[in-house]
Write a protein that binds this ligand. Structure first.
Ligand code: IPE
Ligand code: IPE
Ligand code: MG
Length: 252
């Protein structure tokens, strides 16, 4: 018998894939799909708040996405700048705490300042921690964490790495969703997804709605999270979700 999962996962991570195909199907430029993707993300943030999800982490632009045609890359950079001014006020009012996760050095100074301002302006919020991974790669994250430890003369252990990773401020994701039908991780949370439950949706990201999120949550709830143990062990110990969460939490 599966161990009962909590009503909602604490931390949901999403690879928001399928914007380009959404646009192409409608004979629109790919950037139009990315714009729809931002609207879908706003609705998703609200759906997470409504469901009491504590942490949402999304993959918005990967280290590898620089290899796309230059007009798409510049469209995505403009969309980031535009979304900062359009979306941040309502996120702020809704109790959302924003974190941008990734290598910022390649972004324009203006955008870097906008990211820092958005983070500072929402830093007192507590309803939802919202991590936006931009110019992020799982390999970049592991390498930067290891470099930090080397620079400060610390030993490399799982615990010290956990603390040096870009998502050290939140526990690992419980549920990792990828939309768009592809069955791969594409360099997303390589370290942190070690024990995440994976859910792949065929819906293109602009079409991913609250019902699709509920379906992913329902699938998550039906899973038995064993963390290396046997089913019998979990049942005999009356393993509660709090215990499972505790095992999955980063060491303090
Ligand atoms: C995901 O959608 C958004 C980014 C990678 C920026 P895609 O743009 O990859 O959409 P598809 O996969 O081409 O449909
Ligand atoms: C992953 O999607 C990156 C984001 C959603 C930001 P991609 O569309 O870039 O992934 P691949 O290239 O199909 O693996
Ligand atoms: Mg894609």
């Amino acid at each position: 018998m599966a161990t009962t999962q909590p009503i909602v996962p604490h931390h949901v991570a999403i690879v928001m894939d399928g914007n380009g195909r959404w646009a192409t199907k409608r004979f629109l430029p790919r950037v139009a799909g990315h714009k729809q993707g931002v609207d879908s993300l706003s609705r998703c943030v609200q759906a997470c708040i409504d469901r009491g999800i504590a942490v949402l982490t999304v993959f918005a632009f990967s280290s590898e996405n620089w290899n796309r045609p230059s007009e798409e890359v510049s469209g995505l950079m403009e969309l980031l700048a535009l979304s900062l001014s359009r979306e941040v006020p309502s996120l702020k009012a809704n109790g959302v705490r924003l974190h941008f996760v990734g290598d910022r050095q390649r972004l324009s100074e203006k955008v870097q300042a906008g990211l820092a301002q958005a983070e500072l302006g929402t830093s007192a919020n507590q309803r939802l921690v919202f991590n936006v991974c931009f110019n992020y790669g799982g390999r970049w994250d592991i390498a930067q964490a290891a470099q930090k430890l080397v620079d400060s003369g610390q030993a490399i252990t799982e615990m010290s790495m956990d603390r040096a990773m870009a998502l050290a401020h939140v526990p690992d994701p419980d549920l990792l969703i990828r939309t768009g039908g592809e069955l791969r991780i594409s360099n997303f949370l390589l370290w942190q997804a070690a024990y995440s439950e994976l859910h792949f949706s065929d819906k293109l990201w602009p079409d991913f709605d609250a019902a699709a999120l509920d379906e992913a949550i329902a699938v998550f709830r039906s899973r038995e999270r064993r963390f290396g143990k046997t089913s019998a062990q979990l049942n005999s110990q009356g393993n509660t979700q709090q215990e499972a969460d505790a095992q999955n939490m980063k060491a303090a």
